[in-house]
Write a protein that binds this ligand. Structure first.
Ligand code: FAD
Length: 624
């Protein structure tokens, strides 16, 4: 296993990243690649990039985020390709906007892939230590972060600090009556830093998440279970991976039974959530099995995916069985599930509750408002998931480096990326439960596909210096091959109709039209390029409409909000949006769009009202 780079402290850093999870790793690598001196302080340097939960990357909308991180020059996609043991494109039967890649990874290989990249990165030093305090100077303009204090008494100077403390900040672990401080099982938490953040006047909240028991692979009877194979022709996660040669492993599907539900229901009162010992809200979309049994009492089963933790790994992850019930209860209910009658628990399931920053304190570049030079990314920003963390980490690392270089920040808008959607959502509202990405959060879904992330963001990655020339040349080649294919489709005809017209028909696929055009076939487009061509042709009308909407919104960014605008009389505004607009009185629509609580629908409404002018209130828009 590759050793991390030497843990040496140097006197001063341009960017100090606190934490080495998915957010911390992307932040530190991005900043270091941008040529600024970067330090990454972690509790355990061997755990860089460790996956706290299932070793799977991607899935619906999360796969889009990884593709965007990759397009900008980040590492998560490359590590997933290196460590993947099963690859699937999810939602292939649905429209192109919601298709998303997912890879089950080998937990240890992923860790090794991350350690190797960090160890080989110039300008980056990994420092073992617990950050307990932020060093702050107070001038006339408010507090400015100048470094961090370590638990061993050391101090590191930093011109900027990026906090990526994950589930460790004030972390507490729970399973039944058992409870202890910790960031995840076997790793201590970090509670003193919370006090320091509160002392700076920052608002913190509490969130909770959980994980299932890990099962001994050899104790599972998979013979009777449904197999879940990977894709026959697996596609790489990263745009930079030329070829994927992988001997894929199988996953299995089983389900809970009425007997499982009876045991869980009889012991639900032992759950620390039910007992009120956990106060933080958990993810509604990823509930514990006890939550599912209680909330959906009419269901007689819930699906459980049995996913290997690695190629030769002795443990299996039962996806769908997250729990914080006592270990004895976990053992009992497992035995009622087909295939798990003899299953042994390698590590018990548990819940973790931790502190996060109230996200309306964040700005679009992931600065923490009110403390100069301070940035935050990942689970500390109220999100859940490796992919959400990696995306924020990259943006925060880039912006910390840009700040050091005195350059304008990178702000991704909602029309450019899921990353832009996520950061914008976080700045607007304080999520009451851990925030995860869904395709439904993006209003310009047809433009923000997983397959075209490189064409959307490659130029940004290149400009920042994160994407090398070879990788960017590949994006340019793809662009011109797709343009050539579109031209061929328009030029070639079959029975009087152009191939483009044929491809617009719902029953005609891109493979069929390729067979009709030797010059199109001669372009030898990759499967991904072909599906991009297909999406662009079939959905051209919708795509054009979304593009026009984006142009309109971008043009409106600098549109002034006139003094005659009376928010109280605009019907249809959200209650929170109306209150914020009235108190903050933003000067432009762009400024309004960044106010927490002002929704995209509010902005569209304001646009309409401003466009109509003061004297021509439209029925249903302005109150009489
Ligand atoms: P983490 O991966 O938590 O990394 C935090 C890093 O910060 C670590 O390197 C730690 O050493 C370091 N650190 C913290 N405090 C300090 C300090 N004071 N000084 C120095 N270093 C510090 N996500 C899902 O999407 N679905 C799930 O079902 C799910 N279940 C989970 C279950 C459990 C039990 C846990 C623990 C997490 C779960 N997650 C789940 C969340 C997922 O693991 C995180 O979203 C993701 O790892 C967040 O990445 P991060 O980089 O923000 O933080």
């Amino acid at each position: 296993m590759t050793e991390p780079s030497p843990t040496a402290a140097c006197d001063a850093y341009d960017v100090l990243v606190v934490g080495g999870g998915h957010a911390g790793v992307e932040a530190a690598l991005a900043a270091a690649r941008m040529g600024v001196r970067t330090g990454c302080v972690v509790l355990d340097p061997t755990a860089l990039g460790r996956m706290s939960c299932n070793p799977a990357i991607g899935g619906i909308a999360k796969g889009h985020l990884v593709r965007e991180v990759d397009a900008l020059g980040g590492e998560m996609g490359l590590c997933a390709d290196e460590a993947g043991i099963q690859f699937r494109l999810i939602n292939t039967k649905k429209g192109p906007a919601v298709r998303s890649p997912r890879a089950q990874c080998d937990r240890d290989l992923y860790n090794v892939a991350v350690l190797r990249r960090v160890g080989a990165q110039p300008n980056l030093t990994v420092i073992r230590g617990e950050v307990i305090d932020l060093a702050v100077e107070r001038g006339g303009g408010g507090p400015r972060v100048v470094g961090v204090e370590l638990a061993d008494g050391g101090r590191l100077a930093g011109r900027t600090v990026v906090l990526t403390t994950g589930t460790f900040l004030g972390g507490r672990l729970f399973a039944g009556a058992w409870e202890q401080a910790g960031g995840r099982l076997g790793e201590a938490g970090a509670s003193r830093l919370s006090l320091s953040l509160r002392a700076l006047g920052l608002r913190l909240g509490r969130h909770k998440t959980g994980t299932p028991p890990r099962l001994v692979a050899a104790s599972i009877d998979t013979d009777r279970l449904e197999q879940q194979p990977g894709d026959a022709a697996p596609r790489p996660f990263s745009f930079r991976t030329e070829r994927l040669e992988v001997d894929q492993l199988c996953c299995w599907l089983t389900k809970t039974t009425p007997a499982t539900h009876a045991i869980i229901a009889a012991h639900a009162h032992l759950s620390p959530m039910v007992q009120g010992r956990i106060v933080g809200a958990g993810p509604r979309y990823c509930p514990s099995v006890e939550d599912k049994v209680v909330r959906f009492g009419d269901r007689d089963h819930h699906l459980v995916f049995l996913e290997p933790e690695g190629r030769d790994h002795p443990e299996v992850y039962p996806n769908g069985l997250s729990t914080s019930l006592p270990v004895e209860v976990q053992e009992r209910f497992l035995r009622t599930i087909p295939g798990l009658e003899e299953a042994e628990i390698a590590r018990p399931g548990y819940a973790v509750e931790y502190d996060h920053l109230a996200t309306d304190q964040l700005r679009g570049d992931l600065r923490v408002g009110g403390v100069e030079g301070l940035f935050a990314a990942g689970q500390i920003n109220g999100t859940s998931g490796y992919e959400e963390a990696a995306g924020q980490g990259l943006v925060a690392g880039v912006n910390a480096a840009l700040r050091v270089r005195g350059e304008p920040p990178l702000i991704l808008d909602r029309a450019s990326s899921y990353l832009g959607v996520m950061i914008d959502d976080l700045c607007r509202v304080n999520p009451r439960e851990p925030y995860r990405m869904f395709t439904s959060r993006a209003e310009f879904r047809l433009l923000l596909r997983a397959d075209n992330a490189d064409r959307r963001l490659g130029a940004v990655g290149r400009r920042l210096g994160l994407l090398d020339e070879t990788a960017f040349a590949r994006v340019a080649r793809k662009e011109s091959r797709i343009a050539a294919a579109r031209a061929q489709l328009r030029a070639a005809r079959h029975h009087g109709a152009s191939l483009e017209e044929l491809l617009r028909r719902p029953e005609v696929g891109v493979a069929a039209v390729s067979a009709l055009s030797p010059s199109l076939a001669a372009l030898r487009l990759s499967p991904e390029e072909l599906s991009e061509v297909e999406a662009e042709v079939k959905y051209e009308g919708y795509i054009r409409r979304q593009e026009r909407e984006v142009e309109r919104l971008r043009a409106m960014e600098s549109r002034r909000l006139p003094a005659w605008l009376d928010y109280a009389s605009v019907t249809g505004l959200s209650a929170e949006g109306r209150e914020r607009l009235a108190t903050r009185q933003p000067l432009t629509l762009g400024e309004a769009s960044r106010l927490a609580g002002v929704t995209p629908a509010d902005l569209n409404l304001l646009l309409a009202v401003v466009a109509r002018g003061p004297d021509r209130p439209a029925a249903g828009v302005l109150a009489p």
